[in-house]
Ligand binder design. Structure first.
Ligand code: PLP
Length: 222
């Protein structure tokens, strides 16, 4: 099933978004076994993203195929030390204190970390991230930190069936992304889209989608 899901997704995903940018599929691997993750990687999944530091630590040595490693979950500042140097792209820079810690650890170890700034596009209590109106000031503060390289923006759309609302929010994200990108050639990634809304997100200009259920099936939380 997993192999089939990966192959079907890679075949059916548009190679580029309407802006002509390559769309990257990141497998959201929370709660999946190393075996299942390895099956997805050997079926062609090049990128995987973890949510939990403990899970990442436990599974890290058991993952084969050398996929690109993303961290997509909320990250506690005191756990940064376990990840530094092992993550290719952090999606969830949701506060300045986290950026400071990542930069400080990077300076100590000589590691430059690639990061996305997380925007709470739906202004939801349950989600973290900067307000859209704070995006530029957060960008400027983080840009000044030595050991970080800002590669773009990340957002999770609200869980709603209101397609117009989703399109409106996704388009606002794309506009902010374009504004940053005009002035900064390092800005490349707009990480937006999960199993339920990725098509809409790509149509609106996302170029990086994070899929769990669509690859691995429903998660078992027990
Ligand atoms: C779990 C998770 C996903 C994937 O969610 P699905 O709906 O299973 O595709 C994407 N992004 C983040 C940040 C997640 O935590």
């Amino acid at each position: 099933m997993i192999e089939e899901n990966v192959k079907k997704l890679l075949e059916s995903m548009p190679e580029t978004n309407p802006y002509g940018e390559k769309v990257t599929l990141v497998g959201a691997v929370k709660l999946q076994t190393p075996d299942d993750i390895n099956r997805a990687v050997s079926a062609g999944l090049h990128d995987i993203g973890d949510n939990h530091v403990q899970e990442f630590k436990d599974k890290y040595p058991l993952i084969s195929g050398n996929p690109v490693r993303h961290f997509i979950g909320h990250l506690q500042t005191n756990k940064v030390k376990y990840l530094i140097g092992k993550i290719d792209l952090y999606h969830s820079l949701d506060r300045i204190t986290l950026a400071e810690e990542l930069s400080k650890r990077g300076e100590k170890t000589g590691v430059i970390s690639n990061v996305l700034i997380q925007i709470n596009i739906g202004n939801e209590e349950s989600k973290s991230g900067f307000a859209l109106s704070e995006a530029i000031s957060a960008y400027e503060k983080i840009k000044a930190m030595d050991s970080l390289k800002i590669k773009g923006l990340m957002a999770m759309l609200p869980d709603t069936d209101d397609t117009n609302q989703l399109k409106r929010l996704a388009t606002l994200m794309r506009e902010k992304f374009d504004r940053l990108r005009q002035a900064d050639r390092d800005i490349q990634f707009l990480s937006m889209g999960m199993s339920g809304d990725w098509r809409l997100c790509v149509d609106c200009g996302s170029n990086m989608i994070r899929l769990g259920t669509a690859i691995f099936g429903d998660r078992n939380y027990n």
